[in-house]
Design a protein around this ligand. Structure first.
Ligand SMILES: Cc1ncc(COP(=O)(O)O)c(C=O)c1O
Length: 404
């Protein structure tokens, strides 16, 4: 393979960034494509389709490119809002699933717009209040059926704990049965699929902590969760069979759980983050991808002999606020963040413990904790192939999109 950005030396980066206004975001297309194919291979091993989580890319060109490179396996998009789905429909994508519920009539009108123009936009719901609201609101704007899927909780419930995310009210097979019965009261809602996202596996960097005991506990959570989600998926399948219901898809997993998810009774898995492989994925024992995304900050000040300071940098990722959510310095290796300041809102100081001398404007190469969110801070990504810049692609931000 050509020289990849992740193997670049500091002087290679200096050369590459010459003449580029920093801060800037770089994407290595060779590595991106290798990541697309690595996840495709895992999905293909058990003939699963792969739905692309667009929130983890937020660059329409990269979304198109992943579907092209991974074609036949990569099918459909998992969007995070109806506005996003409509914008991506405008980019030519027809198979859209919005995995997070809406309560907006305006969104239903946009779903209808997509449907009328020949696309499909499935909405995820889980509560009976969603059904009554959606059925009523949809009946006022359309006599067709609204495609929905049921989002079921996949967390590990053990020792009175809820390990995983809190989102769905469908917490058990019994809840699932009940929701199906409630849903049958709303003939204009068509059940097309199920969502069962195992965040406690997919979002568990089990190599992140120095303490071996914590690692062992995480490994154990991963192992037990893999068994528990499989059991639940089988239960859901059986309930559907018993009620003579068929669905078009059962979707589960994410980049961090794709390798176990493909062995479960799912018709499709989801992945997005792995394509750019932000630094959280370095901390997974089951990771199959490598870093394809780097942002460069320019050195603008020298607060002391042993320090450099960069413009910008505070791209802290969402979720539980621990140090893993901060960006990481990729190069030069001898720079360290000051823990009391961390990556700052408009500038970031670094301690330089080496003899290396820096000039004004030199880059510091960093990686984000999560891949998609940080794209909201850049207008475009700089595309690199074979170690050379070959172009740019606008991010959602660059296109003026603002989705929630
Ligand atoms: C419903 C759902 N599926 C899958 C994923 C995994 O996405 P990724 O592979 O980008 O981490 C997420 C991430 O939060 C999610 O909410």
């Amino acid at each position: 393979m050509n020289k990849l950005l992740r193997h670049f030396s500091y002087s290679d980066w200096q050369e590459l960034a010459k003449g580029i206004k920093l801060p800037a975001m770089f994407v290595d297309l060779d590595q991106f494509e290798a990541n697309v194919l690595a996840l495709k291979k895992i999905s293909d091993s058990t003939q699963k389709k792969l739905r692309l989580a667009t929130k983890s890319l937020r660059v329409p060109y990269l979304i198109h490119h992943a579907l092209k490179i991974g074609s036949s396996t990569y099918q459909g998009l998992m969007c995070f809002s109806v506005d996003e789905a409509l914008a991506l429909f405008g980019e030519g994508h027809k198979d859209l699933l919005v995995a997070y519920p809406t309560s907006s009539l305006d969104d239903l009108k946009k779903v209808l717009q997509i449907q009328t123009a020949g696309g499909r936009c499935v909405l995820a719901f889980d509560h009976s209040c969603h059904f009554s609201w959606a059925a009523n609101a949809w009946s006022k704007i359309s006599s067709s059926k609204l495609d929905i899927c049921l989002d079921c909780d996949a967390s590990l419930k053990i020792f009175g704990l809820h390990l995983g995310v809190r989102r769905s009210s469908i917490l058990s097979a019994a809840d699932f049965s009940k929701r199906l019965e409630q849903l049958s009261d709303y003939p204009n809602l068509k059940l097309t699929g199920l969502l069962h996202y195992d965040a406690q596996i997919a979002g568990l960097p089990d190599r992140a902590d120095e303490f071996i005991l914590i690692q062992k506990i995480k490994e154990w959570i991963r192992k037990i969760s893999i068994l528990s989600v499989k059991k639940e998926r089988l239960q859901f399948q059986k309930i559907l069979q018993d009620k003579s219901l068929t669905v078009e898809f059962i979707n589960g997993a994410g980049t961090g759980s794709i390798d176990s998810g493909v062995h479960d009774p799912l018709s499709e898995v989801t992945a997005g983050s792995g394509l750019l492989h932000s630094h959280l994925f370095d901390k997974y024992s089951n990771c199959h991808t490598f870093a394809a995304q780097f942002f460069l900050l320019p050195i603008t000040r020298f607060p002391s002999e042993q320090m450099v300071l960069c413009q910008s940098g505070g791209f802290i990722s969402s979720g539980e606020t621990d140090k893993n959510k901060s960006p990481e310095i990729h190069l030069p290796k001898n720079l360290k963040v000051i823990s009391s300041e961390n990556f700052g809102e408009v500038q970031t100081p670094f301690i330089n413990n080496s003899e290396q001398k820096f000039n004004l404007g030199d880059p510091v190469i960093c990686r984000p904790a999560k891949a998609g969110e940080v794209m909201e801070r850049f207008n475009e990504v700089i595309l690199v192939r074979a170690g050379k810049i070959i172009g740019q692609a606008p991010t959602y931000r660059g296109l003026g999109f603002n989705f929630f």
